[in-house]
Ligand binder design. Structure first.
Ligand code: AKG
Ligand code: FE2
Length: 400
């Protein structure tokens, strides 16, 4: 197998590029309680010429995605310095975006896409209570038309685009190869059959996010929550590990744990599509964004995320050609897979596009005290408070 070439971005100092102050990683928390222990996968081992090394890697991945549904990825081809340059560009965006661009590029989630600028007042186009979260999301039309992107970023589009191309074409392709191998399918099976292609992010999207500290009213309304417990709807999500600890995952022991900071590492989470395609052998990662430990409450948190989406027209079903599924069957007690299976027995399951767009269009805010109540979007199951939504006749129940 050919060794994956490392990332080689366009130069930062080309003529015409303004100076971008360096992003300085904020201090790491001193808190050590409630932090998850996650497996770390060395992606460069996939290119080892020793088949026993590759086999061991596949077994390690298999265990991590069945047990945690979450893993760290290291040695995937992007250096810490190259990564910090991308964080510096994200920081530059929020220091320089004009008020006019914020209005002109305002998102419209009712369309089922996050595309554009998210104001820090909730996940609807009209402004609700402040949530302190700003985002810019790049979808296919935004890559194709520079007028749909913030003017202050125009000089850096070459670097942003190269970064996303590397993440999808190299990192995600190799990651899907690992997952295809776990399913005992040909190396590019998931890449060729399920992953969407074209534009740097296919039908998925790239995001620059900034979480600013919130006022007491917001914290009280949301009970410290910044994004509801959820699973991502696509194949894989590539998140960069960041120093401000807000991302939490739901452990097997039914508790929330912070994801620790591992400089340079990618945090990989498994989306709904992958859970269904794997017949429940992979577990979609339940995660949420919560307030950080006390010593980080006043810090700003930058987060870069790349969401890899499956082909929108496909209706998901388990890959019955997988020898693993043929041998062991499907894992019937798994959350979203079980719901899809129930629905498939009665009618066609939704397409991937329908599945992702309905969730975006009907997303509610953690500060929404009208819906976040027992009997509305919350319920108690076995003594635990759960968030319960129904999309196209399918129930999604997640811990609050
Ligand atoms: O910013 C993060 O760490 C996570 C965000 C997230 O889970 C999402 O946008 O789906
Ligand atoms: Fe997520």
């Amino acid at each position: 197998m050919v060794l994956a070439a490392p990332f080689s971005p366009p130069a930062a100092n080309l003529p015409g590029k303004p100076f971008v102050p360096k992003w300085v990683p904020p201090p790491v928390t001193k808190e050590t309680h409630n932090f998850a222990k996650l497996q770390s996968i060395d992606l460069s081992l996939l290119d080892s010429e020793d088949p026993t090394v590759v086999d061991k890697l596949i077994q390690q991945v298999k265990k991590a995605i069945r047990d945690d549904g979450f893993l760290f990825l290291e040695n995937y081809g992007i250096s810490l310095e190259q990564l910090h340059r991308q964080f510096s560009i994200a920081q530059y965006l929020y220091n320089n975006i004009s008020e006019e661009d914020k209005k002109r590029l305002l998102f419209n989630p009712e369309t089922g896409k996050w595309s554009g600028y998210k104001h820090p007042y909730g996940f609807k186009r009209h402004q609700g209570p402040p949530d302190g979260i700003e985002q810019f999301n790049w979808y296919k039309p935004d890559w194709e038309d520079i007028n749909r992107t913030p003017t202050c970023l125009h000089p850096f589009m070459d670097e942003i685009e190269a970064f996303c191309n590397y993440l999808t074409q190299s990192v995600n392709r190799r990651l899907l190869r690992l997952f295809s191998r776990v399913l005992e399918l040909p190396d590019d099976w998931l890449w060729d059959n399920i992953q969407s292609h074209g534009s740097p992010t296919g039908e998925g999207y790239f995001r620059h996010a900034l979480f600013r500290p919130v006022k007491r009213e917001t914290e009280e309304a949301s009970k410290g929550l910044r994004m509801h417990g959820h699973t991502d709807f696509g194949l894989t999500t590539l998140l960069f590990s960041v120093p401000i600890s807000c991302l939490q995952i739901w452990g097997r022991d039914e508790q929330w744990y912070y994801v620790p900071y591992k400089p340079g590492a990618l945090v990989i989470n498994i989306g709904d599509t992958l859970e269904i395609v794997s017949g429940g052998h992979f577990c979609a990662t339940r995660h949420r964004v919560y307030k950080p430990p006390a010593d980080q409450l006043q810090e700003e948190r930058l987060s870069l995320v790349l969401f890899n989406s499956s082909v929108g027209d496909l209706r998901m079903r388990p890959a019955t050609e997988s020898p693993l599924i043929q041998r062991e069957g499907c894992v019937e007690d798994q959350g979203i897979y079980r719901e899809f299976k129930k629905r498939t027995a009665k009618a066609d399951p939704p397409t991937n596009r329908e599945w992702r767009e309905i969730q975006i269009a009907t997303c509610t805010d953690p500060t929404d005290t009208e819906h976040n109540r027992i009997g509305v979007h919350q319920t108690v199951i076995n003594g635990k408070l759960m968030h319960q939504r129904e999309y196209m006749g399918m129930k999604v129940i997640l811990p609050v």
